[in-house]
Design a protein around this ligand. Sequence first.
Ligand SMILES: Cc1ncc(COP(=O)(O)O)c(C=O)c1O
Length: 430
Amino acid sequence: MPTYDKSKELYERACRVLSGGVASEFRKFSTPHPLFYAKGEGSRLWDVDGNEYLDFTLSQGPLVLGHSHPEILHAVTEASQAGQLYAGQHLQELELAELLQRLIPCAERLRFSLSGSEADHAALRLARAVTGRPRFLRFEGHYHGWFDSVAWGVGGTLPDMGPREEPTAVPWSQGLPSEIRDEFLTLPWNDLGLVEQLFARHASELAAVITEPVMCNNGCIPPQPGFLQGLRELCTRHGVLLIFDEVITGFRTSLGGAQQLLGITPDLAVFGKAMASGYPISILAGKEQHMRLIAEGKVIHAGTMNSGNPCVAAALKTVQILERDQIPARLKELGEHLMAGLADASRRAGKPLLVQGLGPMFHAGFTPQATVRDYRETLSYDKPAYARFVAGMHSRGIRLIGRGLWYVSAAHTPADLDRAISTAYEVLCG
Ligand SMILES: Cc1ncc(COP(=O)(O)O)c(C=O)c1O
């Protein structure tokens, strides 16, 4: 059995200086306790005790090319040697913007920020300004960052959430200003009938509908046929902006995001994570008629650290490699192989592991249901059983995200995937 003595000692030390011993809420939930890591390369990661992991967390998604890709490291080093941050424009920033404009259907204009949360925040502000309306529709279980306005309706239990037709948005945190509670109307995802009913009552108050085009943050749930199309039509008819949060789907499902894959163009979209191999950069992209308010300085978007040299270089090189090597198609192939293998392993082991998603990212969890279509149905997942599965995989050198999402990278080999499948079978039988 692996040991984690050095990590444990460092974690105890960290708890005396970092709140909760970590730098982000989601890092608290690691097996057997938050670990310290020393090195990442390709599909592998090593902790300070020398344990090696085949990594399917990919730092919660960004490492689409795997850890420490040599071309990314080279591009970042070269760019940093020319300076770090100019508080002004530079050629690579322009080249990156032009590349993204060519690839992303809704990106007639764009702006760079550092995180998905920031770019989501900018999208909501812009939508309010464009429409002159105060409210938004969001969906239960979707995640749009940790800022105040979107920290409602991220999760909750069935009794807390109330009826499907008129849910109560459950606060995710203490400290949220109560006066913004009504800014967001919340509904279960994938139910166009409920959205139509809500539009009938509230369309004139709505600035935007914000949605992940594939619901990745709870389960990995594809849109029901016609659902996104229906949202698009309702929004167009009522002058409401449609915002796609592509922080997970962007660059993974297709170079132009899920909007390209699914053929639905939103008014605004937000990208982050996989675009820069682990360097902090995100995008707000949108139609020129809306982004014009930012160009004219009527809607403020700013940031001292925006589009620094290393982040832009990492993003430019990442997206160039994704395009050059047709990585999204490869991720789909690898991911589908892994999904099929895990589903087969669970069948052979007689365990109800539902494996659901698109391939480049997917979700696994124990549930008697044959499919899961919205957040409320994800509550059927047996979380303690999955935590035991994750612990079993971890002790055998496979690192997974505790809430069931799996990310595949271009650095994963078919042999890596086969090892994950055979290990999963062993753990499921154990
Ligand atoms: C769909 C989605 N939107 C927004 C965010 C927030 O991005 P960040 O963590 O970069 O602030 C995330 C993060 O996981 C996400 O999954």
